[in-house]
Design a protein around this ligand. Structure first.
Ligand code: SAH
Length: 218
């Protein structure tokens, strides 16, 4: 039996349950999001040496100077994106190792996720295959451009902080959709952008700390 899949110790279902209880205590209310977080084995998305810490409420290094976001932030962003409604087509900018994409795959019909660092993109593809996430498509590309050939999206999540809202992404939002992104440099704010028939509305949600959105591919 592959030890990474076995239900022992810090990677057990019980550990994941404790994470869900902590998310509830931290104010996550969306049961669909909580169920999705409960079903994705987060320890498979970090290096084996860090697997025992995978369910703590911390971000962890995934190599190349990048991090996997802390569980609370993943849950909060998807809760805001869902707004208690089912999601059809979702874009994630910044796949990293693919954890958030896997959770999104549980709550949306189709997920497209873009990563600029090739080895991370490749590891994420491996992990998502391992857990059988068939509705998640990954691309190695500069996500600041979005995916014009797949747009419009019913939801867009950015996992890296931008200094401004990329115009290309605004154009790829369906009417009635939401985009959730960290905005700012030193001080970052999780920002919600909603598009309706009349235009775009921006709401600041809470202070956050993300790696920066970079341009080009690596
Ligand atoms: N979604 C991940 C978080 C990864 S950290 C999770 O589940 O935890 C953010 C990621 O965004 C990094 O891997 C970084 O390489 C990537 N990134 C930064 N700028 C980008 C860009 N312009 N296009 C695509 N990915 C980008």
């Amino acid at each position: 039996m592959n030890v990474r899949h076995s239900g022992i110790g810090m990677t057990s279902a019980r550990t994941r349950n404790r994470m869900i209880e902590r998310l509830r205590a931290q104010g996550i209310r969306d049961e669909v999001v909580l169920a999705a977080m409960n079903s994705v084995p987060r320890h498979l998305f970090v290096d084996e040496a860090l697997a025992t810490r995978a369910y703590e409420d911390v971000s962890l290094p995934i190599g190349y100077g990048q991090t996997i976001s802390q569980p609370y932030i993943v849950a909060r962003m998807i809760e805001i994106l869902r707004n208690d409604k089912p999601l059809n087509r979702v874009l994630e900018v910044g796949t990293g190792r693919g954890y958030q994409a896997a959770v999104l795959g549980q709550v949306a019909r189709e997920v497209y996720s873009v990563e600029r660092i090739k080895p991370l993109h490749e590891r994420a593809a491996q992990c998502l295959k391992e857990i059988g996430a068939r509705n998640v498509r990954l691309s190695h590309a500069d996500g600041g451009m979005g995916l014009p050939s797949i747009a419009p999206f019913d939801g867009i999540i950015m996992a890296a902080a931008a200094t401004h809202v990329p115009r290309e992404l605004l154009a790829q939002m369906a009417v009635g959709s939401r985009m959730v992104m960290p905005l700012g440099t030193q001080e970052q704010m999780l920002t919600l952008i909603e598009r309706d028939e009349r235009g775009y509305h921006q709401t600041q949600m809470e202070a956050v700390k993300f790696v920066p959105l970079l341009t080009g591919m690596a």
